[in-house]
Every structure is written in C-alpha cells, then in structure tokens.
Design a protein around this ligand. Structure first.
Ligand code: CP
Ligand code: NVA
Length: 302
C-alpha cells in the first residue's frame, strides 16, 4: 500500500519520533540514504517557495533521485486539465509527487489518482513538512517533543492548523492566540481535540497572546497574510498586539525559544529585534526542512 503525507496525522506518533531521529542522523551523513536511486520525483508548485522547493530538490538529489520542478503555469493544469487526469498521467512517469497548491481537497484528489506517494508541500489548510522540521529543531534544543507547550500567536492559518493537529497527535500542549475572526479551522481543532483524547494534550484557543505565551517553551509565529490572501491586507489592523516583541516576551518563561517558519514580515508578526535574537533557531528550522523531508521520503519510498 502506498503511503501519502498530506497531514501530520498520516504518520503515527512513533513514526514522527523515528523521522526526527533519522533526520538528525542524515544531517551528519547527507548521502548515506539512497532510497530514491533511479526514482523521479515531481515537485509541483502552484505557489511561490524558497525553502520547500530548494530543500526538496537538494534532498531528492542527495538521496540519489531526480527532482523535476514543475510550475503550475507551465503545465496543462493552468489551462484546465483536471487533477484526475493529471494524476493518472503523472503516475506513468513519476515515482512520487510533492505538491504545493491552494486547495487541500485538490491534493487529496491527486493522491487518489496518483498511485504512488504524494507529499503535501503546503495547502491553504496544512503545512505538515514544516512541522516535521520544527519538531526536529525543538528536539535538538530540548531533547524531547513531549511535555512541552507551543504557543502559536498570529493568524489562524495553515501553520496554526498543523500545530494543533501535531500537538494532539504527539501529546504536547498547544495554545493558539488569534484576533477574533481569525481563528484556526474548525476541522483542524476538531481533529486535534479527538487526537488529544488519546495523548492527553491540552489544546487551547484564545484571543489573548499574553495568555498563550504563559509557560510556553516555544513561541511560534507566521505571516498575517498568507499566500493567496493578498487582497486581505487590510486585515493587518486586527492584528495589533499580536506582534512577538520584547514586550510580549516579558510574559514568557526565560528559557522559551521563538520560532518562525519564514518568510518573515519583520515589524508585523515579529519585531526585528526578537527575530535577530532567535535567528539561530529560525535558520536551523529552515535547514532542518532538508533533513526532516529526507527522513520522511526514506519512510514513504521504502
Ligand atoms: N517555510 C516555507 O515553507 O517556506 P517557502 O514558502 O519558502 O517554501
Ligand atoms: N502561512 C504561510 C506559510 C508560508 C510558508 C502561507 O501559507 O503563505
């Protein structure tokens, strides 16, 4: 049976812990895993990307495979060829697909018609590859990913949704603070709460950033305006008080780290000062995209 990675919960908690440990090993021995030898992996990007594209291209190469970068506008998808036919055609050439697009449903549909692994490289709903790298980064700093609290402060977007589900699945506490009207997806909250019944994770939604960062080990943020939402720029008014800055950090514990998936809009979701204070963590996160995704591909393509 083929395995896809569309949501963090497509993996078990144990598999995620194995991926983290294996990613740390691959970080030291980048060419040691040749699982993708003689395999061609399509990288479909309907949205811009710096980190995800580069880390997958380099990662597939390091694992002995051929990455093929495909922009949305360069394929017949831009002229209306549907995902059902696109998936069936691509299955005749490719061994796997990594896809970044708008609709999560489109990725689920693709996974139905493409009979080999499909990896979600970000949709409007979820960004699970990012969270694998973030968990690796947390593990490197704290030596664990359980018994921690992650505070997400900002827009209730794809990253907020993915953190909630990851917390529920693995069993760490997540508090998401958003302005009113910008809460995470109800579907993600529902899944997180269900998973949390098993693991005991505490899932909290609030409109108070101070409450969220209290006792947090990790304070996480992301842009207020995600890709594809550019017309909603005026929403930034609603986010006053949601900037991760020195003032907010006064309410956090002394050992808390600040993380950001990047790209950052300094002066909006994070102050330049705090960004630079935690630059080592933030750029480790970016680097770990490469290692965590390689560990993921090793599992999916075995
Ligand atoms: N964090 C992240 O996914 O970055 P890119 O949009 O540059 O891929
Ligand atoms: N929420 C952001 C994440 C970018 C990596 C977006 O979807 O644009």
């Amino acid at each position: 049976m083929k395995r896809d990675f569309l949501n963090v919960s497509d993996l078990t908690k144990d598999e995620i812990l194995e991926i983290i440990e294996y990613a740390i090993k691959l970080k030291k021995e980048p060419f040691s895993d040749q699982t993708l030898k003689n395999k061609s992996i399509g990288l479909i990007f309907m949205k811009p990307s710096t980190r995800t594209r580069l880390s997958f291209e380099v990662g597939v190469y390091q694992m002995g495979g051929q990455p093929i970068y495909i922009t949305g506008s360069s394929t017949q998808m831009s002229r209306g060829e549907d995902i059902k036919d696109t998936g069936r055609v691509m299955a005749r050439y490719l061994d796997g697909i990594v896809i970044r697009t708008y609709s999560h449903k489109e990725v689920e549909d693709l996974a139905q018609y493409f009979d080999k692994p499909v990896i979600n490289a970000l949709t409007d709903y979820l960004h699970p590859c990012q969270i694998l790298a973030d968990l690796q980064t947390i593990y490197e700093r704290f030596g664990k990913v359980e018994d921690i609290k992650v505070a997400f402060v900002g827009d209730g977007n794809n990253l907020a949704n993915t953190w909630l589900i990851a917390g529920g699945l693995i069993g760490f506490n997540v508090s998401v603070a958003t302005p009113e009207g910008y809460e995470p997806s109800g579907k993600a909250v529902y899944e997180a709460l269900n998973l949390a019944k098993e693991t005991g994770a505490e899932i909290q939604l609030t409109h108070d950033p101070v409450e969220a960062v209290k006792d947090a080990d990790v304070i996480y943020t992301d842009v207020w305006v995600s890709m594809g939402q550019e017309e909603e720029k005026e929403k930034k008014e609603a986010f006053k008080g949601f900037t991760i800055d020195k003032q907010l950090l006064k309410h956090a514990s002394k050992n808390a780290i600040v993380m950001h998936c990047l790209p950052a809009h300094k002066g909006e979701e994070i102050s330049e000062e705090v960004f630079e204070q935690f630059a080592d963590v933030i750029f480790d996160e970016a680097e770990n995209r490469l290692h965590a995704q390689k560990a993921l591909m090793s599992l999916l393509f075995k």
